[in-house]
Ligand binder design. Structure first.
Ligand code: FCB
Length: 454
């Protein structure tokens, strides 16, 4: 690893370069072969939930097109592909009978990836809870955590012979807070107390599933993916600093602390009057059993004022969803997780940006802004590695333009453009750049710093 005279930065030989997606956002085939609705299928059908009124019925039609999609990944040179498994495809009733046809799809996908030389990295839960379980309380019901462990067992027993890293949950923060407190995501509840209950049951689900993975696949690595949004106070005032701390506790420490045996941030639990009644004896031990790898999703930072709300300074570069573009916060985050928590293995499991994607050159989306975003974040990863952070890889979000939850198909995160009329895929300029960086195991830094289009 070196920073040469020509400003070429190179990454370790075994650094993993890949891309990520999730089942609901790309698969389509919403009722194929016995799959039942997930809470997202139902949520999308509720008036006003999704900005463009869309749903995931077809999305990128990936269940039908997975062979072509894997060929495309191989042509870019990706060595790792992170995807998620749809629980209602595998256990349509949420508990009980396994649907072999549902598992067959993932079996074929994994074989296809392996024969293309790509390491499959599945996530067991990326928000598409079976609606049947939603009707029984969803993540407010403790039983859902046990049902998740049974589902995990079914999946790992069938596919575990070909998987090196099992990821339990994607972003429990988003499931709990956007799903149960702000109501922006399925199931759309708006109650703070429910958010605490849901977050604990999610973390418990991670722990219980982790135990099953250890039993069934003792040689596999156990991972969880957490999203982190570093926080800074808008000023040094006591009120701003206190509010920023609180947001840091609820958004970041709430998950990584219990995971590492520190329990839930006590002061913030008190502040919100959470009595922790749902935390039963032994739960925190289950939650804090050691993992092997921490997956990190990083998109933006937050500057917080005394009222706990975002303060985005005028002219701040941001993406089309209004999130500040701030690469250096990724480096800071990696140093914090390494130095304060002592993680020994980290992987960036999501990082990317929705950009305007308006410019074309010879028909190709000329997404110089996304290219710069990816390059600048990789460059932060490179410096963090040089400082001793054990980052093993980088997976861009996302491989494709896809269904962006409450935003529908508006924001485009893909390095590959998807024409939803024809299902044609077209790599953008950022994909070509990424592919060249993968081949060279590094890239040239530009002479002038990036200017992002606000
Ligand atoms: C993350 C999600 C992912 C995608 C990106 C933009 O929170 O894990 O599915 O929506 O945000």
């Amino acid at each position: 690893m070196s920073r040469g005279a020509n400003a070429f930065i190179s990454f370790p030989d075994d650094f993993r370069w890949g891309a990520a997606t999730s089942s609901f956002q790309i698969e389509g085939a919403h009722d194929l072969d016995g799959k039942t609705p997930s809470i997202w299928d139902v949520f999308c059908r509720e008036e006003g939930r999704i900005k463009d009124g869309s749903n995931g019925d077809i999305a990128c039609d990936h269940v039908r097109l997975y062979r072509e999609d894997v060929a495309l990944m191989a042509s870019l040179g990706l060595d790792t592909y992170r995807f998620s498994i749809s629980w209602p495809r595998v256990i349509p009733e949420g508990t009980g009978k396994v649907n072999p046809a549902g598992l067959d799809f993932y079996d074929r996908l994994i074989d296809e990836l392996l024969s293309a030389g790509i390491t499959p990295m599945p996530t067991l839960y990326h928000w598409d809870l079976p609606q049947r379980l939603g009707e029984q309380g969803g993540w407010l019901a403790r039983d859902t955590a046990y049902a998740f462990a049974d589902y995990t067992e079914a999946v790992v027993s069938r596919l575990g012979d070909r998987i090196q890293t099992w990821t339990t949950l994607n972003e429990p923060y988003v499931s709990a807070i956007l799903g149960y407190v702000t109501g922006e995501h399925a199931p759309g509840h708006t109650d703070r107390a429910s958010g605490f209950t849901a977050s604990h049951h999610l973390m418990l689900a991670h722990g219980l599933a982790g135990q099953r993975i250890r039993d069934i696949a003792p040689d596999a690595d156990l991972a969880i993916v957490l999203n982190f949004t570093p926080v800074e106070p808008a000023s040094e005032s006591v009120a701003d600093v206190a509010a920023a701390e609180r947001v840091h506790d609820t958004d970041n420490r709430w998950y990584v602390d219990p995971l590492t045996g520190r329990g839930y941030p006590a002061e913030t639990a008190d502040h919100f009057g959470w009595d922790q009644a749902e935390v039963l004896d032994g739960d925190l031990d289950i939650i804090s059993q050691p993992i092997d790898v921490l997956g990190i999703n990083y998109y933006t930072r937050q500057i917080i004022g005394a009222d706990g709300q975002l303060r985005l300074p005028e002219g701040t570069p941001q993406n089309t969803m209004g999130w500040e573009l701030h690469p250096t916060s990724l480096g800071r985050l990696l140093r914090w997780l390494t130095n304060d928590y002592g993680f020994r293995r980290l992987i960036i499991t999501e990082n990317g940006a929705p950009m305007p994607d308006g410019d074309r050159h010879d028909g190709q989306v000329a997404d110089d802004d996304r290219l710069a975003f990816i390059r600048d974040h990789l460059s932060e990863v490179h410096s963090a590695i040089a400082d001793g952070c054990p980052v093993e890889g980088y997976l861009v979000w996302s491989l494709f333009d896809n269904f962006e939850w409450a935003w529908g198909y508006g924001p485009t995160f893909g390095i590959i453009e998807v024409d939803y009329e024809t299902q044609e895929r077209r790599p953008k300029k950022s994909a070509d750049w990424y592919s060249a960086a993968i081949a060279a195991k590094g890239f040239e830094l530009p002479e002038t710093p990036s200017v992002y289009r606000p």
